[in-house]
Design a protein around this ligand. Structure first.
Ligand SMILES: Cc1cc2nc3c(=O)[nH]c(=O)nc-3n(C[C@H](O)[C@H](O)[C@H](O)COP(=O)(O)OP(=O)(O)OC[C@H]3O[C@@H](n4cnc5c(N)ncnc54)[C@H](O)[C@@H]3O)c2cc1C
Length: 378
C-alpha cells in the first residue's frame, strides 16, 4: 500500500518473520499474563521501543515505524501488538516527549529492554469521557508538590512499575509519572475485562511528587499533551486494524480448507463477498490511520484531531464487524471458547471504548468541522 524505505522494509520483514516463527504458539492466550516470552524476544532483537531515541535504548525511528511494527506483529499475535501499542505510543511516548532528562533516563531504558512497563492513568470513577472533571489533584505549597486522587480502569497495572497519571494542578490539568511502589500509592483492585486483560483501580494518597516527575502543567503544556493523545488514538486504530487483519487471515485459511456441498466454502459467492467487504473495510481503516501518521510526519507534529478521531472511530466500528464476519465464516468452530476467533471477537469489542469512546470521537470530529469547516481537498 505504501512506499517504504529500505530500512523500513528491512525492519518489517525481519519482524514479520520473527512473529510468524516465534509468536504464533503464544497467541490467543486468555489469561492476563503479558506475552512475556515474546516481549523478551523483541527486546533481545532490538525491536522494543522502535520509536524511542537510541540514547535510551530505542530504535531511533518514528511513530510511523511503530505503527508498522504493531500491524505486522498483530497479524500473528494481537496481544503482543497491544503491548507494542501501549509501550510505544502511550505512556512512554509521553515520557519521552515531555519528561525531564532524569525521568527519561530513569524509565525509558527499562521499557526498551523489556524489563519495565508503564501504565497510563487518566480515567476516574466520576471522570470517564469527561476528563476535564477529574479530581486527582496536585497541591503546590511552594516547597513541595503533593498528589492525591484515584484512577480506575487502568490497563496493565499488575506488571507495571510506574504510571503516567493525569491530574489537576493549580493552573489546570497536567500530568506526572509515579511509581507503584511509592508510599501512598495503593492498588485497590484488579478487574478482569471481557478480553481477559486486567484493569485496575488505585489510590494515590498524600504522595510527594518530585518536580522532575512532572511531565506537563500549565495551559500550553497540557495542550501539547492533548495533541500527543492523538498518537494514542492513531495507535489504537492501528491495533484494531491488526486485530482485523489477523481475523481475516484466519478466515481465509479456514474457508480454503473447509468443504461443504462438495466444494471449498471459499468458492461460494456469498463467502467471496464477505471477504471483499472485510478487506474493503480494513483497507479503508488502514488508509485513515496511515494518512493521519504521514500527515503528522510531514508537518513534524502529532496527528491532528480530525484525522486521529476519524481513524479511531472508523477502526473500532470496522474491527467489530470484520471479526464478527470472520467468526461467521468459521461456523460453530469459531464460536467455541478458546478458539482464536472467539478470542478476537472479545478483544475487538474493547476498541470502541478504550482510548476514547466512539461517541467522544464523533464529538471531536463534529467540533473540528464546526470550527474549521471541511478538511482541505489535499
Ligand atoms: C479495554 C479498555 C482499556 C482501558 N484502559 C485504560 C487505561 O489504561 N487507562 C485509563 O485511564 N483508562 C482506560 N480505560 C477507560 C476508558 O478510557 C474509558 O472507559 C472511556 O474513556 C469511557 O469512560 P467511561 O467508561 O467512564 O464511560 P462514560 O464516560 O461514563 O460514558 C458512558 C457512555 O456515555 C457516552 N458518552 C459520555 N459522554 C458523552 C457525550 N458528551 N456525548 C455522547 N456520548 C457520551 C460514552 O461514549 C459511553 O457510551 C480503558 C477502557 C477499556 C474498555
Amino acid at each position: 500500500m505504501l512506499e517504504l524505505s529500505e530500512e523500513q522494509e528491512l525492519v518489517i520483514s525481519a519482524l514479520g518473520d520473527l512473529a510468524a516463527n516465534e509468536f504464533a504458539e503464544n497467541a490467543f492466550t486468555d489469561d492476563d499474563e503479558r506475552p512475556v516470552k515474546n516481549i523478551r524476544t523483541l527486546a533481545d532483537r532490538g525491536f522494543l521501543g522502535i520509536n524511542i531515541a537510541e540514547e535510551y535504548g530505542g530504535g531511533g525511528m518514528g511513530e510511523f515505524e511503530a505503527m508498522l511494527t504493531i500491524e505486522v506483529v498483530g497479524e500473528v499475535c494481537p496481544d503482543t501488538a497491544e503491548y507494542l501499542y501501549n509501550q510505544q505510543l502511550v505512556a512512554p511516548r509521553a515520557i519521552e516527549m515531555f519528561g525531564s532528562e532524569e525521568v527519561k533516563e530513569r524509565y525509558l531504558p527499562g521499557v526498551t529492554d523489556g524489563e519495565e512497563t508503564i501504565a497510563i492513568g487518566i480515567s476516574e470513577p466520576e471522570a470517564g469521557s469527561d476528563v476535564g472533571s477529574m479530581n486527582t489533584r496536585v497541591k503546590d505549597d511552594g516547597d513541595r508538590l503533593v498528589l492525591d486522587g484515584e484512577k480506575t480502569w487502568v490497563s496493565h497495572v499488575p506488571h507495571s512499575t510506574a504510571a503516567v497519571v493525569w491530574a489537576r494542578f493549580p493552573e489546570g490539568l497536567g500530568s506526572a509519572v509515579i511509581d507503584f511502589d511509592w508510599d501512598g500509592v495503593e492498588i485497590q483492585e484488579h478487574y478482569t475485562n471481557m478480553h481477559g486483560g486486567s484493569q485496575s483501580h488505585f489510590y494515590i494518597e498524600d504522595v510527594e511528587l518530585p518536580e522532575t516527575h512532572v511531565l506537563t502543567r500549565g495551559k500550553e503544556g497540557f495542550k501539547k499533551q492533548l495533541q500527543a493523545l492523538n498518537w494514542e488514538r492513531v495507535g489504537s486504530a492501528t491495533l484494531a486494524n491488526s486485530i482485523a487483519r489477523c481475523a481475516v487471515s484466519k478466515a481465509l485459511e479456514y474457508a480454503q480448507q473447509r468443504e461443504q456441498f462438495g466444494r471449498e466454502i471459499a468458492d461460494f459467492q456469498g463467502i467471496e463477498w464477505k471477504f471483499a467487504e472485510m478487506i474493503k473495510e480494513l483497507e479503508a481503516s488502514r488508509t485513515l490511520a496511515y494518512r493521519a501518521a504521514i500527515e503528522s510526519e510531514q508537518r513534524s507534529r502529532p496527528p491532528n484531531r480530525l484525522q486521529a478521531s476519524l481513524a479511531k472511530l472508523y477502526s473500532g466500528e470496522m474491527v467489530e464487524s470484520v471479526v464478527s464476519e470472520a467468526l461467521q465464516i468459521h461456523g460453530a468452530n469459531g464460536y467455541q471458547r478458546g478458539h482464536p476467533l472467539e478470542y478476537l471477537y472479545r478483544f475487538a469489542r474493547g476498541r470502541r471504548l478504550a482510548a476514547g469512546t466512539d461517541e467522544i470521537q464523533k464529538n471531536q470530529i463534529a467540533r473540528v468541522l464546526k470550527t474549521h469547516g471541511l478538511p482541505t481537498v489535499v
